[in-house]
Design a binder for this molecule. Sequence first.
Ligand code: 5GP
Length: 362
Amino acid sequence: REWCVALPKVELHAHLNGSVRNSTLLELAKQLADKGIIVFEDVKDVIMKNGRSLPECFKLFDLFHILTTEHDTVTRIAKEVVEDFAAENVVYLEIRTTPKNNEAKGMTKRSYMDAVIKGLKAVEAVDVVLFDSNSRTNDTLACTPTIEFDGDTMKKRIYVRLLLSIDRRETTSAALDTVNLALELKDQGVIGIDLSGNPVVGEWETYLPALQHAKELGIPITIHCGEVANRKEIQAVLDFCPQRLGHVCCLNDAEWKKLKSLMIPVEICLTSNVMTGGAPSLELHHFADLYNAKHPLSLCTDDCGLFSTSLSNEYYLVAATFGLTKPELFHLAQEAVHFIFADENVKKSLKEVFKHAEKRFD
Ligand code: 5GP
């Protein structure tokens, strides 16, 4: 396990509000309970419960969103999430989050994202590199070719980028607003669009105009695909051919074949899929099939808070379940660099990180 913690890693599928520390959620719940807004004991039981079905997860997100609704709280959780990933040697992190309008709190999608970005900039424990080197001339860090990730003598460094999520409950117009916001914030670390939210809610046709708009703007897209067996949508998503896909659990043989021929990189979320029933067990998870087929993939956490996991733990589970050796795990982590949405300069820097680390991880 320590070896997996020390391994430099790339995280491509992490939802901000699903990655909040339990201790922070409990503290926030206590504050709301003191104001008489919620009953602490009820909320505590829900937060600390182990094992959740997919519908339970989405109910829980509604609760998390009540707890994290203030701008300052959004800033705090964004800061802590980066600190937590950096602490386990994640060297490149794409955090995805749904920009939210909340009139009662004076929150707009823009002000929500400003609060998230403020949190990333507030991290002090590690150096956070938030901008693409060609979008900010004053960002000297982003031009530095190598990263010291083990930080004996200097601070750890982590590249962080943001993906804006479209929630499946949103209207076409709200989804378009999110894509336009991504464009507006492209100099502030936002580099992609995600489609997520409860997979039994909404219609593909509702989000398609926004996804099409993002495609036309050249914004990379990742889509939650096949969390439930919605044949029509899985087909439409594969036809849309985004840059990456999340989950791909419930594909039939023909869809599986199509995915493999398209070679779309897959964000694999083992613990999440087993907990929510997308995969029958770790042993029977489709990771093995994709890995053996040499399909492009990357291990991810999805919601490390919600599912009580970490990226190191996901690597450990792969070793323990499928018997991957240390060099194979190292290679798996290294290969994820190819699927990041950040620019070539970042890829080059990360390749150097792994090259540098290789000697220590043989
Ligand atoms: P947020 O976008 O508020 O930072 O993170 C929580 C949101 O991410 C949830 O409300 C949901 O829309 C989305 N999300 C988190 N985990 C999952 C998942 O496993 N599947 C899907 N489809 N959406 C998820």
